[in-house]
Design a binder for this molecule. Sequence first.
Ligand code: EPZ
Length: 443
Amino acid sequence: MARLVIRGGRPLRGEVSISGAKNSALALMVAAALARGETVLHNVPHDRDVMTMADILRELGVKAVFVAPHELHIDGTGLKTDTAPYEAVRQMRASFYVAGLLLARLRRARVPLPGGCQLGSRPVDFHLRGFEALGARVNIEYGYMTAEASRLAGTTIFINRASVGTTINLMLAATLAEGTTVLENAAKEPEIVDLAVLLNSMGARIRGAGTDAIRIDGVDELHPTEHWVIPDRIEAGTYMMAAGITGGDIVLNNVELNHLRTPVGKLMETGLRVEAEAPGRVRAFIDPHVRLRATDVETAPYPGFPTDLQPPFVALLSVADGTSVVRETIFDRFRFVDELRRMGADIRVERDTAIVRGVEKLTGAPVEAMDLRAGAALVLAALAAEGETQISGVELIDRGYEEIEKKLAGVGADIERCEDRDGQGGSNSGIPHQGIWQPTPSG
Ligand code: EPZ
């Protein structure tokens, strides 16, 4: 187990490079395995979830090899089993995407149900209904979903709640189905568009990605290609907030500002300034003598305010001047607030709403990251807090933030990673070598 030890109070200054989008990469890796032949994915983040997905694909017989730090080669030629490994899939919800892959390639998928997690109950009923609509017989037995189809036939599917994962899974399955599938009320996230771009360059025929109606004309087979993963908008938003909460001035490289319009608008309401300096290069800064201001926000599917930035934003608002009201509409995602309270935050949660009364200062404390974005919130709070904060559960932060302590140290944070194994502490990059990273339990 590892901890992050952060001594707060330093305004962050300098440049940071944003990684490729984790949530895009996870879908793209599975999509690449739809083809026989080697697809090259560039700008793949070297984070824990990506390693877990690579492990799962390898267990299915798919080749998944990092040939350079951010260059991943995927080849689906060897796909040999219709059964996904139980433990790994239970531990990472996105691994349910292999259901779409297996159904498309083998017409049969046996995939463990991902189960609940720290974000509350997260069913996959929309995915299952979609597979059935495409002609699969779906059963749940012994913790596994089994889906079988002699043929997959395109149809029109209305997705409840514009679910990201359902849209991805059905795009994967429908790409190799017979005829035309129309996904209505589809998710519009940039990660969906990235997936459509990859699939189309593999020979798929997908139109409308990025709107709420996606039309997929099935093809017989796909071919390998080369693709660059879009920048991680959630990581970028987190580093912008790190500039804000510390009264700092950070230049972020490899950012797609268009994907961040709503959160940037909200950040500007708090007094943070966000300016495009050049394509892909964005400066986030605040006058160090100006205190952040409170604002209200509600999470929503893209292009609304992303739920994945809600916890770090609550951390930022916890030191803003005034009272902010934050409503979470996607997940049950306020448990981290208890940890922020240990650091002196004044936050009351009533069902799906947090009322955040900004305090003058936070103070360091031992706290625990309960999930990935909750961990990001604690890191931000710790960067601003007086004294030392020790954050346990760092493995969860590693799921989606590549080399967080290196990146933050690079902009002046006093941060180190301590391994608890030997009781000695000491820093460590936290990024293990490819192929030896074991998945850890989480949501
Ligand atoms: C994706 O999760 C992301 N994960 C999440 O990021 C993100 O928070 C979420 O989308 C919302 O933007 C990945 O991309 C790997 P949904 P996903 O299906 O696909 C309900 C992070 O921190 N629902 O859009 O699982 C669901 O419970 C992670 O990086 C059903 O009821 O989210 C939720 O309330 C966490 N039945 C809503 O829909 C279903 O079958 C939207 O969920 C599917 C979803």
